[in-house]
Design a protein around this ligand. Structure first.
Ligand code: KIV
Ligand code: ZN
Length: 527
């Protein structure tokens, strides 16, 4: 992998510092093994991040070995290790990253009163001394040293700046201002960073590191970029301690999509790799990506309402501010559900090879709306079955289903009441049976007055899940003529009733027109 990343100060370029493998891996329940970490690091390099924070080498032998493995094999980005200020930590961190092409040590110590008092049990002077020695030791190994005053957004500003100045004076080249507990709000956070720049003298890059406890990690990071930060620490899918870190994909696409607002500041990220990276991280961490997650969620480019679908089909930009292909999400998705309109429905069928118009389209669309009311989302397989059911039925509707009520159970006799429309007249019948399907078929035979024998009956599920469509195919024989019938519904009893009616309607047509029954009943005439 060639070295494409850029970690030098540049006014139009934000350094993307990815901490998926360090802060992200600290998400509750995530534990990646070495091979998985290397796989993610390789993908991060492909994505074009500038810095990979590969881990916290002192934390465990496993962490150390993983950082070392990444340092040895991943080329392109700077490989960074996290370290407390203790000299032994810094030495161990260096040992882990030493074999990388380019390496950075990230030294941190807390500067907020609460952290110094209750966690570090150090006085402010001790913290200053620690910062000085830790940074100096890191700088003795590498010219690329980052320093973070942990819990910066709750730290006394003047004290924090004193510590930051000590870090710069001892060789830190990046000053990261962590909003460790996600306490900051955008303008306040951005101004804090801008004020650091005014107070702390020296040549350094200012960096953001925002947690999402109040859902503002991305907003805080971007506000800081607007006021001069040129490194953003972030993680794929927003992984990280507690509510996570700023989501890398959101930072990158916000800067790119609103480049008008951000004055053309960009990153070196190959955005087409975002979706793949998100999927890989989600798979290996077993952390699902929420459906409506910005940029990489499976619904980020999906449209369900008729008005939106119509707009997107005419011109994608009516309801999309990013091109799904630009983030590796392929094409906009039209999801057919109960809010969908005829336009999107016809378009989807057309793409599937069914070019329906006029009455044929109206007929299939009416059935689709009925089914969509009961099933959240209809897949292509569902639609195929629906078209096969409706369009295979070339028969005049002598009888059509108005309603069906069936009752059953282990302690009552299964019964069904059916209401049919026959030439504009409603006919109703109730019957009992050995099960609800049998009762519904008996009620249909009673209502239509057509007696015969059910010779074949098969039910299949069109897709998976409890709301899958049941597809019933049967044959019904009357006076030596056997007719096929097919019915579809989320309810097996209704699908069976529809299939029987389908067969009976064929029988009525053969009787009425005197046509050759074999022409109607030959295999394949259903579709
Ligand atoms: O959130 C935080 O303060 C951190 C530091 C180690 C940078 O993760
Ligand atoms: Zn953090």
């Amino acid at each position: 992998m060639s070295s494409t990343s850029d970690t030098t100060a540049n006014n139009d370029r934000v350094i993307i510092f990815d901490t998926t493998l360090r802060d992200g891996e600290q998400s509750p329940g995530i534990s990646l093994d070495q091979g998985e970490k290397v796989e993610i690091a390789e993908q991060l390099a492909r994505l074009g991040v500038d810095v990979i924070e590969a881990g916290f080498p002192i934390a465990s032998q496993g962490d150390f070995e993983s950082v070392q493995a990444i340092a040895k094999s991943v080329r392109g980005p700077v490989i960074c290790g996290l370290s407390r200020t203790a000299l032994g930590d810094v030495d161990r961190c260096w040992e882990a990253i030493e074999s990388a092409e380019r390496r950075r040590i990230h030294v941190f110590i807390a500067t907020s009163e609460t952290h110094m008092k209750h966690k570090l049990r150090m006085t402010p002077d001790q913290v200053k001394a620690e910062a000085a020695s830790g940074v100096a030791r890191a700088r003795s190994y590498t010219e690329d040293v980052e320093f973070s005053p942990e819990d910066a957004s709750r730290s006394d500003f003047d004290f924090m700046c004193e510590v930051l100045q000590i870090a710069v004076d001892n060789g830190a080249t990046t000053l990261n201002i962590p909003d460790t507990v996600g306490f900051a709000v955008p303008q306040e956070y951005a101004e804090r960073l801008a004020n650091v720049r005014k107070v702390v003298k020296g040549d350094y890059i200012i960096s953001t590191h925002c947690h999402n406890d109040l859902g503002m990690a991305v907003a805080n990071s971007l506000a800081a970029v607007q006021l001069g930060a040129r490194q953003v620490e972030c993680a794929i899918n927003g992984l990280g301690e507690r509510a996570g870190n700023a989501a890398l994909e959101e930072i990158v696409m916000a800067l790119r999509t609103r480049s008008d607002y951000f004055g053309g500041i960009d990153t070196g990220i190959k955005s087409e790799e975002l979706a793949r990276t998100s999927r890989l991280v989600s798979r290996l961490t077993a952390y699902p990506v929420q459906y409506n997650k910005a940029v990489v969620g499976r619904n980020a480019f999906a449209h369900e309402s008729g008005i939106h679908q119509h707009g997107v089909l005419n011109e994608r930009t009516t309801y999309e501010i990013m091109d799904p292909a630009a983030v590796g999400q392929g094409e906009s998705k039209i999801v057919l559900g109960k809010h969908s309109g005829r336009h999107a429905f016809a378009d989807t069928l057309k793409k599937m090879g069914y070019d329906l118009h006029g009455d044929a389209l109206n007929q299939v669309f009416a059935r689709f709306k009925e089914l969509a009311d009961r099933k959240v989302e209809l897949s292509d397989a569902d639609l195929e079955a629906l078209v096969a059911e409706e369009m295979g039925d070339t028969v005049r509707y002598a009888f059509s289903l108005v309603s069906l009520d069936s009752h059953g159970g282990s302690s009552s006799t299964p019964t069904a009441t059916i209401v049919l429309d026959h030439d504009g007249k409603k006919i109703e019948a109730t019957a009992a049976g050995s099960g609800m399907v049998d009762a519904a078929c008996a009620a249909i035979r009673q209502a239509t007055g057509i007696e015969g024998t059910l010779t074949d009956y098969a039910v299949t599920s069109v897709t998976g899940g409890v709301d899958a469509l049941a597809d019933v195919a049967l044959r019904f024989e009357v006076d030596g003529v056997s007719m096929p019938g097919r019915g579809l519904s989320t309810d097996v009893v209704e699908a069976s009733a529809r299939a029987l009616l389908n067969a009976l309607n064929r029988i009525v047509r053969v009787r009425d027109t005197g046509e050759d029954p074999t022409a109607v009943s030959r295999p394949g005439s259903l579709s």
